[in-house]
Design a protein around this ligand. Structure first.
Ligand code: PEP
Ligand code: MG
Length: 587
């Protein structure tokens, strides 16, 4: 994260620019070595002044036109996306287009011009800052990072107002054969498209996090990236030699020859290792003692289903449907939702597609609601939110049910804590089916219903839930948050967020055992499932089904294929029974 970015600096042995080592967050693995291309400043100085009464109409018109031009530019970029552009870029441009169309941005800025007589730039940045702060305060990591999108669209409009469209300028000489490393404050999706034509091998940015654009696009392109470096853009000069170490979240500037040689060696080893890993795509995920393990993918956008298949996923274990609802002023219609779910089902053919019903609420609002609960994590979130809004829930359920007619759809309910919530969900599904019957629309005759196990209460008293449901999926991200009373979004207590806490492990073990007892499948779909360092531990807890980001699948599969499940189970059980923490490295 930005505030943890550190820098060490000494004089370069080459006598060139200073040797620097900066630490941020590695968000796309691998190593890149090349010359820096420093992107121009994206933050514009904004004039603040008050306009006279008779200038209000013209000032509003000026802003309106700039917003229109910025929208048109984004639209054009989207329309002319080359076929080989990363899929995510189109979606990210869509987010920018939606933000620009959001009345919360434009209308409020016009009101500031009208009521307070701010000049257009001042009105826009004031409202943009407010919106950005609302996003930045959100609990959900993905939503928090949308604050960067707000900033980027504001900057785009400011450039239109200033008549300086096109913020990026690649100034490095074109005749050098060295790979290029983009060094920037932040990179917007539109900048990403402009960068496509250039040869670039890595990214280093001041801002960003695991779900920022730079991260998403870099991962999808397999280009190493380190974000949240703090001040890399100001510290690096065009043409400096840069190493981007995506594995360790480090950026070296003008390193000595010996370090460069070592990194070149690491780079070769990494490329070989990825090529070897790719060979695992179609081999079975089976332990050395013959236990078959299910490896599913977590996706957030329908387009990611292809990525899941490309990485050998045999199903979708978690489709976070809330991403269809976010970043827009209105709710997605039943038809829109159906199209999104159907798209995933079509790609996955008869493989399972687990669609999680809307996990939103409290501080994560849609359609501009401003309902900040006293403690958002404990407020009206997920299934609580949906059951309190029967129409919204019914619309989503109908869309999911309709998609079930095309393949193998499963429904997953988030944040279940009470049996009456399961019953109410079953009633809502039955009502949605009746509505479809009345319309003559098809749905699958049997659709499995499962619950996220992420509230400790149900992990402790799990048996009735295992009986009442068809499957269980452990959401370790929230399970850890609620078990250890650690806000997963609060950096101040991040050090206490401990997946290895014996209490957490016991809850996971209890849930898995109850599933085995009731003959119901149990998977883990929280971040723990995608961490190859924890694969052996989870196997030792008896887990036979994992769901994770597609890019993590093959690493985890390799761990599985080298593990002896029964031996691990004995070791882990012995530690857990003594109430000890388990050291995953020692397993
Ligand atoms: C979890 O809580 O572990 C989970 C997978 O859900 P989310 O991260 O979307 O809350
Ligand atoms: Mg969760």
């Amino acid at each position: 994260m930005t505030n943890s970015a550190k820098a060490n600096s000494v004089t370069s042995p080459h006598g060139g620019g200073p040797l620097l080592c900066l630490y941020g967050q590695g968000v796309a693995r691998g190593y890149a070595i090349g010359r820096a291309v420093v992107m121009g400043a994206t933050a514009l100085e904004v004039m603040h002044y008050r306009i006279t009464d008779d200038a209000v109409a013209a000032e509003k018109e000026r802003l309106k036109r700039a917003i229109y031009m910025a929208r048109r530019e984004i639209q054009e970029l989207g329309d002319t996306l080359p076929d080989d552009a990363p899929r995510e870029l189109g979606a990210l441009l869509g987010v920018h287009g939606m933000l620009l169309a959001d009345p919360l941005l434009a209308e409020e800025a016009y009101a500031l011009i009208e009521n307070k007589h701010y000049n257009a730039e001042w009105a826009l940045t004031t409202q943009g800052q407010l919106l950005g702060e609302q996003f930045a305060a959100m609990e959900d990591e993905y939503l928090r990072e949308r604050a960067a999108d707000v900033r980027q669209v504001i900057e785009r409009v400011l450039h239109e107002l200033a008549g300086t469209r096109g913020i990026m300028c690649l100034s490095h000489e074109e005749d050098s054969d060295d790979p290029l490393i983009v060094v920037a404050h932040d990179i917007s999706p539109a900048d990403m498209i402009r960068l496509r034509g250039a040869r670039f091998a890595g990214f280093a940015t001041d801002l960003g996090g695991p779900t920022s654009h730079t991260a998403i696009v870099a991962r999808s392109m397999g280009v190493p990236a380190v974000v949240a470096l703090g001040h890399v853009r100001n510290l690096v000069r065009d043409g400096d030699i840069i190493v981007v170490d995506g594995a360790n979240g480090a950026v070296l500037v003008n390193p000595p020859d010996r370090a460069l040689q070592e990194y070149r060696q690491l780079q070769r080893e990494y490329v070989d290792a990825r090529a070897e890993l790719a060979l695992l795509r179609d081999v079975p995920a089976e332990t050395l003692d013959g236990i078959a393990i299910t490896l599913h993918a977590n996706i957030e956008m329908p387009e990611e289903a292809e990525l899941a298949l490309a990485n050998g996923a045999t199903g979708i274990g978690l489709f976070r449907s809330e991403f269809l609802f976010m970043g827009r002023p209105d709710l997605p219609t039943e038809e829109e939702q159906y199209m999104a779910y159907a798209a995933v089902v079509r790609v996955m053919k008869d493989r399972p597609v687990t669609i999680r019903t809307l996990d939103i609420g409290a501080d994560k609002t849609i359609d501009g609601e401003a309902t900040v609960a006293t403690n958002p994590a404990l407020g009206q979130r997920a299934i609580r939110y949906c059951l309190a809004r029967p129409e919204l829930f019914a619309t989503q359920l109908r869309a999911i049910l309709r998609a079930s007619a095309l393949g193998n759809v499963r429904i997953l309910i988030p944040m279940i804590a009470h049996m009456h919530e399961v019953m109410a969900t079953k009633d809502a599904i039955a009502a949605a089916k009746r509505e479809l019957d009345a319309r003559g629309q098809a749905y699958a005759s049997h659709i499995e219903l499962g619950a996220m196990v992420e509230v400790p209460a149900i992990a402790i008293a799990i048996e009735p839930f295992a009986s009442a449901l068809d499957f269980l999926s452990i959401g370790t991200n929230d399970l850890i948050q609620y078990t250890l009373a650690i806000d997963r979004a609060d950096n101040d207590v991040a050090g206490l967020y401990d997946p290895l806490h014996p209490a957490v492990l016991r809850l996971i073990a209890n849930t898995i055992n109850a599933g085995v007892g009731a003959g119901k499948p149990v998977s883990v779909c929280g971040e723990m499932a995608g961490d190859p360092l924890l694969t052996r531990l989870l196997l030792g807890l008896g887990l036979t089904s994992f769901s994770m980001h597609p890019q993590q699948l093959l690493d985890v599969k390799r761990e599985i294929r080298g593990a002896h499940s029964n031996a691990l189970r004995m070791k882990v059980a012995a530690s857990l029974n003594r109430g000890h923490a388990v050291d995953p490295v020692a397993l």
